[in-house]
Structures are given as structure tokens and as C-alpha cells.
Design a protein. Structure first.
Lengths: 481, 423
């Protein structure tokens, strides 16, 4: 393991939710409520072109006709959409030339989150876009990326500076009427990240976005659009945290990935929104639509470590449209206390010789409910399509639940689809073996859980993998039954 | 709103055809009331109804069904040489003249109609106590329309040596046959049975039959269900609800030999500790056949085991659906649940939808499920051909081997023989 036993113990006993601080940054916040005026206000604040406002209003009109989905295996009090403020931006937002000009409070926030930009500049070189309360506040390494023709900026900036790209691709993978929360996001999204990798360019560093909800009474609705042009490669990381509050905050994001011919996108998420306290009060509602479109011989790989949020409802999907395209989904979802997660993926095979892999590892502790829900659809045109799915669940206590709802639809004779799932608890003999070798029970469990999730953690970029391992340990703190 | 009215109208018109003054439920006022409320509230199943996601019922709803002639002569059977007890139902009614019950200690068989007259308390306490007539439209429909069925009782510690054969014929045109059955195994009883459902070519029929099976403490129930619906426009819904008490065993195999549109619902509640539940199924679908197998095993108590194995081959434009659900409730520690669904798709126009589900609320359990859909291993075909076996024979051999795993679980050699299996 990456760190010594004693450090872990300290971390495990000392921390509940590490990122539960609030930053006192003055913010410019719209009054709560959702109507056309608010959307016009957001659009005006962002100085958006007319077509985008039209697009938003159309999404809003469609959203009003939709009903909130109820099929997921989760139970929660539905958010009151009129009580949320749909726009909140840190007030001081100068045009930054370098990160040194950043508001000191903001700088402190970033340091607390561990985005020590200086350090990362020195060590590995990760370009970070930092989104606080739905507005992107800082993007680093812009110049270096610019030399290669890579565009990595906030969504609002992209709308201003690259409207042709935004107009061409926005909503092509997740249409605005796709589902209830995607429609809501389309109507009110305030910012997010935008990334374009030109033809044949291999992005030399990891691109990273850090999302944070700071203000109370706000929701976060960001929209991420990643376009990898022909033959390019990008690895994209996403992290999220929120302050500890006893209200439920709504996070409804949309992520669209487009991998053109022979491109590859690796999208990794470490989701650590505030999960609520031990009694289930507060926490973030994480209702996210993530989808990628694969053209010929391209590849999209989703890796996620889900430890936060009171309620998660998230299905990163791949539409394997091009022949020989590849979709991958690696997930570790940990739920503790009263958390509920309904997560999984959809692999839609359209092109010939398409290939998808799903590895999902669920860990339930406390009184939580953890569900895997996935769809593998092989269309008639997807000759020789191949899918392998493995969904394992680990139960830590006798009060939690682990559920599997796979949907497998095969519509041609040359497809091979395999699905397997197991549910079990940590073997007593495994714990006994570790105890015998001088580990205490908490360490033993952490070791076993990390081993169990290894298939997925291995897919994460190195910086994230270490963080994810620690997160697993913290999330499972005190869960040993 | 308009569409709702149209749907209500459709549902109303459908149910209207089944209003039956002789329905069993007329003597069971509490159930009648429950079913009536359910029928008003439950919408017609459509694509958005999770349990009917892959199976369409429009044709059933539209058709002008009427009750068939239940006094017709029956001259064919898949089990002509059967010498043990035989129960015969024709178009939903129990036929005393065709049924032949061997005198055996502990076995009592009667029609539901006469059971309701003679063993009122037994019917009152059992009928409708398992079924989901409050949630499912067709189960409620069965409850309000069924006029008859069979009631089979095996007394305490009676180990029946001979199997019981139930033959259920549906015949006529635009004929709907609805029956409702009760099977009760008292403490320590043992019963093996075959249930065979038939309908003829060139006839348009709809059947909706439901059996409630009570497996008492230490009792053992084994049933092989055979479905042979030969015609094109035939719709069959077959529902089984079972409840298991302590130390009991429930084994059911479902063999769909033929059926244009078949929906099987098998639901088992495991209410006593140390039980064993086995569900097996095979289907080989050709033409435009549509077969939907829904299973549910509800583990409520600790120390039980369940095995589920469904295998199918899909040719032509056929559609197969498998939806297996295993619940493990919070108290059901030490449960071992195993579920497997394997399919071979032989044609590009065939469809397979598989949905193996696990819902687990207890931690000290071993549960697994698997689902595979694919083709024959071409190397295996090559291997056989290299040994001088023709391609067609090689493939037939592999089909046999594939299905064989489930066939060998079938209890009765007479049923295995239907697949051309020699003992």
C-alpha cells in the first residue's frame, strides 16, 4: 500500500468528511426560483449569443412537460425546484493572467482541496479548471496547451471564443430533452469545462476539473463537453466536493464526450460530494447524465470512484456508433450510513466489431443501499459485438443492501454478451489472516477492500489512485460490523 | 387525458368479455372486492410497465374472446401411456369424466367448484393468499374470471408413489380459458406432478391460468411443466405462486416445446428455514415465437438455498425474455442463491432480452447470477466435423449438449422423452 498503517489509522479515526468547510467568498447569487426570466438572466450574465438562449428556453419548455423519474432504487425527498438559486458566482472575477492574481480566499480553498497548483506544476503537470458554484474560476496551463492547439477552458469562455465548436457539438450526445435532469441542466447550466483536442494531438498532461458547491441554497448545474478530434488522445479527471450542510443540495450535471475516428478519451471521476451525516441528514443529490459517442476505431473509457453524495443517480454511457469502437466502464461505488447509490452504465452497440467492458464494484456499509443498473444493447447492425460485464457487491453490515439490475438486449446472432455478478461479505478467514499478521481490523478491512477494488483503481491516473485509496478508507470508517 | 380514456375504454371492453356469473370469486367477497379495485387502478401493461417491458399484450386486449365449449371430446395427449392419476381440464373447466384419480392414501383431488362447496374453509384460507392480484392486471383478471380449476391436497406425511398428471386443453376459435388451481402439501407430504398445457393448430386462443402451491413443513414438491401450443395466434399466461415452509423442497422445470406467445410467471416465497428451491427452464424458439420467463424467489428467512437455471436457443425471428429476481431480506442470513441464464442466438433477426436481478439486504450470503448470450463455439463445431460428423449433425449435437444441462434436471423420464432423450 502507498502509505503506512499508522497514517491510515490517524486518517481513519480523525476524519469524517474532510472537505466540509465553507469559503467566505462574496458571491453574486440570483434569487431562488426557476422561470424564463432566470434563464434570460443567466444567459445575459454570460453574455451569450441568441441561439444559446433559444436553446435554453426550448429545453426549459420541454422540462416543464417532463416528470421526475421514479424508477431508480432510491428514496428521497424530491427537491423543490423553485427553492434553488440557479446562479451563484464568486463576485470578484477578474480576468486572470496568472493564478497569483487569484482571490486569496479562493486560493486557500484550492489549497485545502489539495489542488496545490504550484506543486502540480512542478511534479506532474496537471492542467486544472476549477469550478465553484457552477462558475469556472481558474484554468491553469492554458498557454502550454494552446501551443498544441488544445482548447481547455470554461464553458462560458468557449461560448464566447469558440462558438462554432460549441454550437456544433453541444447537445449532440445528450439531447436537451434526454431526461428530466438533463433538460433542467440544459435550461440553466451556468458553466463547466470545455475541451477540444485537435487532430492527431496527444494531450501531454492530464486535464482536470475540480467542482465545488460553496453557497448554501444553490444547485450546481455544470456542463462539460470534451471533443477529441481524429486520432487524438486525452485523459480527463474530475473531482468534486461540497461543504457540510444539513440541507440537500442538488447537483445535476451533463457531461458529453465525443471521440471522433481513432481518438481516445479517458474520463476519470473521483466523486466526493458531501454524503450527509451519520443520521442521513443533508448531503448532495447527485443526478448526473454522462454519455460519450464513439466514432470508428475510437475508444472511451469511464472510470469512477463514487464515495460521496446522499443520493447518486448516474449512468456514464457509451454509444458505440463507429465500427471497431471500444467502450469501457470501471466503477467503484462506496455507500455508508444512509447513502443511496443507483449507478451503472449503458453500452449501446451500433457499429460492427464493437467491444465493451463493464467492471463494477459496489461496497455497501452502514444502512446504505447500493445498486448497479446497467444496459447492454446490441443492435442488429452491431455484427460481432462483444461485451463482458462483471458486477460484484460487497456487504459490510447486515443493515445495508446491494442490488443488481442488469438489462441485456441482444438483437443479432454474432454478438457475445456475458454478465456475471456476485454478492458476498468479506470472508472471516481473510480478516483472520490479516489480524494474524499484526494488522488491526480496520486496516485489514481497508486492505481487503482496496484489493477488491484494485481492478478499477488500477485504471485511475496515479495521482487519483492514491487519493481514491484514502477515500475508500475514510468512507468506510467505523463501518466494521 | 384523451389517451387515458381510450386506454380505459380498451381495458373496460376487454374485462367486460370476461364478466362471469359463475366465477369462483363470486363466493369469495373479500377477494372479489380486492380484484375489482385492482382492475380499476392498474393500467394496461405497456412498454413503460417494468414487468411487461419486453412483452406486448395489445393483441390479447383487442381480440373478441369468448368462453369455449368445455364438453368436447379429447383424443390426444403427449402422455398416452400414462397409468397413474390424471386430471383433465378442458377450456378452463375440470372434467370429472376424463379425469382418473387413483386411490392412494393421502391424495384428494376435486374441481375447485366442488371444493368451494365442500371444503369452504380450506379454499377461503388459501385461495388468493399468495397471488399478486392487487398488483398485476392479469392476476386480477384471472381471479375475477376463473370459473373452475383443480384442487389437489396431499395429506400429512403422505408420500405419493405415483406422479399426478394434469392435462389442460384449450380448444376452439377465439376461445379464452381461465382457470385457477390450488395445490396443498401438508407437513411431510411428497408429490411429483406433470402439468401439460395444449392447444391445437389453426385456433385462436388465450389462456390465463394460475396455481397457488402450498408446500408444508418437510414436504417435497416436484413439478415438470410442459407447454405445447401449436397455433400461430395463441396467447398463454401461466402463473405459479408458491410458499415454502421449513425444511421443504420446491422444484419446478418449465419446458416450452411450442408457443407463439407465452408468458410464465414463477414466484416462490421461502418462509421457513432450511428450504431448497430449484427452478429450471428451457426454450427453443422458432418462427415468430415470443417466450417470456419471469421468476421471483423471495428469501425471507435464514439458511436457505435456491438454484435457478434457464437455457434457450433462438432461431428465426423469435424473441426470448428472461427476467429473474432474487430477493434476500434482511433476516435471510446464510442464503445461497444462484441464478444462471444462457442463450444462443442463431439468427440475426432473433432477439434476446435478459434481466437477471439481485436485491440483497443481508450480508452473510453467497449470491451470484450470470447471463450469457452468444453463439456456438465454432471450434467445437470444427472439432466434431473433423471427426467425420456432418455440420448439421454437429450443430444438433451441440444444441443437445447445451440444453442437456437443464434437461437432466427434469424429474420425469416421460417429459425428457419429449426432447428425444433416451433414458
Amino acid at each position: 500500500m502507498a502509505y503506512e498503517g499508522d497514517d491510515l489509522l490517524e486518517e481513519v479515526t480523525g476524519k469524517e468528511y474532510e472537505f466540509g468547510f465553507t469559503t467566505n467568498i462574496e458571491s453574486d447569487k440570483a434569487p431562488p426560483g426557476l422561470n424564463e426570466d432566470i434563464i434570460r438572466l443567466i444567459s445575459a450574465k454570460k453574455n451569450e449569443p441568441a441561439w444559446l438562449l433559444e436553446w435554453r428556453l426550448d429545453a426549459f419548455a420541454k422540462w416543464k412537460e417532463m416528470t421526475e423519474p421514479e424508477w431508480a432504487h432510491v428514496n428521497y425527498k424530491k427537491p423543490d425546484f423553485q427553492a434553488i438559486s440557479y446562479y451563484s458566482a464568486p463576485k470578484k472575477k477578474p480576468q486572470l493572467d496568472s493564478l497569483d492574481d487569484l482571490d486569496p480566499e479562493m486560493r486557500a480553498t484550492m489549497d485545502k482541496l489539495g489542488i496545490s497548483i504550484e506543486e502540480q506544476k512542478r511534479l506532474s503537470g496537471v492542467a486544472v479548471d476549477f469550478v465553484m458554484d457552477s462558475v469556472s474560476v481558474a484554468t491553469s496551463f492554458k498557454k502550454k496547451l494552446g501551443e498544441l492547439g488544445i482548447i481547455f477552458c470554461s464553458m462560458s469562455e468557449a461560448v464566447q471564443e469558440h462558438p462554432e465548436l460549441v454550437k456544433k457539438y453541444l447537445g449532440t450526445v445528450v439531447p436537451k430533452q434526454d431526461n428530466f435532469y438533463a433538460a433542467l441542466n440544459s435550461a440553466v447550466f451556468t458553466d463547466g469545462s470545455f475541451c477540444y483536442i485537435p487532430k492527431g494531438v496527444r494531450c501531454p498532461m492530464e486535464l482536470s476539473t475540480y467542482f465545488r458547491i460553496n453557497e448554501s441554497g444553490t444547485g450546481q448545474f455544470e456542463r462539460t463537453l470534451v471533443i477529441a478530434d481524429k486520432g487524438s488522445y486525452v485523459s480527463y479527471l474530475e473531482g468534486c466536493t461540497a461543504p457540510q450542510r444539513d440541507e440537500n443540495q442538488l447537483h445535476a450535471a451533463v457531461v458529453e464526450l465525443i471521440a471522433l475516428d481513432e481518438a481516445e478519451i479517458k474520463y476519470s471521476t473521483v466523486q466526493n460530494w458531501y454524503p450527509g451525516d451519520k443520521n442521513g441528514a443533508g448531503g448532495v443529490f447527485n443526478f448526473v447524465t454522462k454519455r460519450g459517442l464513439c466514432e470508428t476505431r475510437s475508444k472511451i473509457s469511464w472510470t469512477q470512484v463514487e464515495t460521496g453524495s446522499a443520493v447518486t443517480w448516474k449512468y456514464p454511457s457509451c454509444i458505440l456508433k463507429g465500427d471497431h469502437s471500444v467502450g469501457e466502464f470501471y466503477s467503484v461505488a462506496v455507500t455508508n450510513n444512509y447513502q443511496q447509490a443507483d449507478t451503472g452504465t449503458k453500452m449501446i452497440h451500433i457499429g460492427k466489431n464493437t467491444n465493451s467492458t463493464i467492471i463494477s464494484k459496489g461496497i455497501s456499509a452502514g444502512k446504505s443501499q447500493n445498486s448497479y443498473r446497467g444496459l447492454v444493447q446490441i443492435n442488429a447492425s452491431a455484427k460481432n459485438a462483444r461485451n463482458f460485464s462483471q458486477c460484484d457487491s460487497l456487504l459490510m453490515t447486515d443493515r445495508c443492501g446491494a442490488h443488481t439490475f442488469p438489462y441485456i438486449e441482444v438483437n443479432n446472432a454474432s454478438a457475445k454478451v456475458e454478465h456475471e455478478a456476485t454478492t458476498s461479505k468479506i470472508g472471516e478467514d481473510q480478516i483472520f489472516y490479516c489480524l494474524q499478521r499484526g494488522l488491526n481490523e480496520e486496516q485489514a478491512i481497508s486492505l481487503i477492500v482496496n484489493g477488491y477494488a484494485k481492478d478499477v483503481l488500477n485504471k485511475l491516473p496515479m495521482e487519483f489512485a492514491v487519493e481514491a485509496q484514502k477515500l475508500l478508507a475514510i468512507s468506510l470508517e467505523g463501518s466494521v460490523g | 387525458m384523451e389517451t387515458t380514456t381510450v386506454k380505459d375504454h380498451k381495458k373496460g371492453a376487454f374485462l367486460e368479455r370476461f364478466s362471469n356469473a359463475d366465477a369462483l370469486v363470486n363466493q369469495l367477497p373479500k377477494l372479489q372486492e380486492e380484484a375489482k379495485i385492482a382492475l380499476e387502478q392498474i393500467e394496461l401493461p405497456n412498454r413503460r410497465t417494468e414487468s411487461w417491458k419486453y412483452t406486448r399484450v395489445n393483441k390479447i386486449i383487442k381480440q373478441e374472446w369468448h368462453a369455449g365449449d368445455s364438453s368436447i371430446d379429447i383424443d390426444k395427449s403427449l402422455f398416452l401411456n400414462w397409468n397413474a392419476s390424471r386430471i383433465v381440464l378442458v377450456n378452463g373447466l375440470y372434467r370429472d369424466d376424463l379425469s382418473n384419480i387413483m386411490a392412494e392414501d393421502g391424495l384428494s383431488v376435486s374441481s375447485m367448484k366442488s371444493a368451494l362447496a365442500q371444503q369452504r374453509d380450506l379454499i377461503h384460507s388459501h385461495c388468493g393468499s399468495l397471488s399478486a392480484h392487487k398488483e398485476d392486471l392479469f392476476e386480477a383478471h384471472n381471479l375475477v374470471s376463473a370459473e373452475d380449476g383443480f384442487c389437489l391436497l396431499v395429506g400429512k406425511n403422505a408420500l405419493l408413489k405415483e406422479s399426478v398428471l394434469v392435462e389442460n386443453y384449450i380448444s376452439g376459435n377465439d376461445v379464452a380459458a381461465i382457470n385457477r388451481n390450488l395445490i396443498i402439501l401438508e407437513k411431510g407430504a411428497q408429490l411429483n406432478m406433470i402439468v401439460a398445457n395444449y392447444s391445437d393448430e389453426n385456433e385462436v386462443i388465450f389462456s390465463n391460468d394460475l396455481s397457488e402451491v402450498f408446500v408444508g413443513e418437510n414436504a417435497q414438491f416436484t413439478c415438470d411443466l410442459v407447454q405445447n401450443h401449436l397455433g400461430q395466434e395463441q396467447f398463454a399466461i401461466n402463473t405459479i405462486w408458491a410458499n415454502q415452509e421449513r425444511n421443504s423442497r420446491f422444484t419446478l422445470s418449465t419446458s416450452t416445446l411450442k408457443g407463439n406467445w407465452v408468458r410464465n410467471n414463477v414466484n416462490v416465497r421461502v418462509s421457513g428455514e432450511n428450504c431448497e428451491t430449484n427452478l429450471f427452464g428451457t426454450y427453443q424458439l422458432r418462427g415468430k415465437q415470443h417466450v417470456d420467463n419471469h421468476t421471483m424467489i423471495d428469501h425471507k428467512v435464514p439458511h436457505c438455498e435456491s438454484n435457478e437455471h434457464y437455457k434457450g436457443i433462438l432461431y428465426d425471428q423469435s424473441t426470448g425474455v428472461f427476467n429473474g429476481k432474487v430477493f434476500v431480506r434482511q433476516d435471510a442470513q446464510k442464503t445461497n442463491a444462484f441464478q444462471q441464464n444462457a442463450n444462443i442466438v442463431m439468427s440475426d433477426e432473433a432477439h434476446m432480452n435478459s434481466k437477471p436481478e439481485l436485491e440483497i439486504y443481508a450480508d452473510d450470503v453467497k449470491c451470484s447470477h450470470g447471463s450469457t448470450t452468444g453463439q456456438f463455439d465454432e471450434e467445437a463445431v470444427f472439432y466434431l466435423m473433423a471427426r467425420g460428423i456432418s455440420e448439421q449433425n454437429s450443430r444438433e449435437l451441440l444444441v443437445k449438449a447445451f440444453i442437456g444441462e437443464v434437461l437432466e434436471k427434469i424429474h420425469h423420464p416421460e417429459v425428457k422423452a419429449l426432447f428425444g432423450e433416451e433414458e
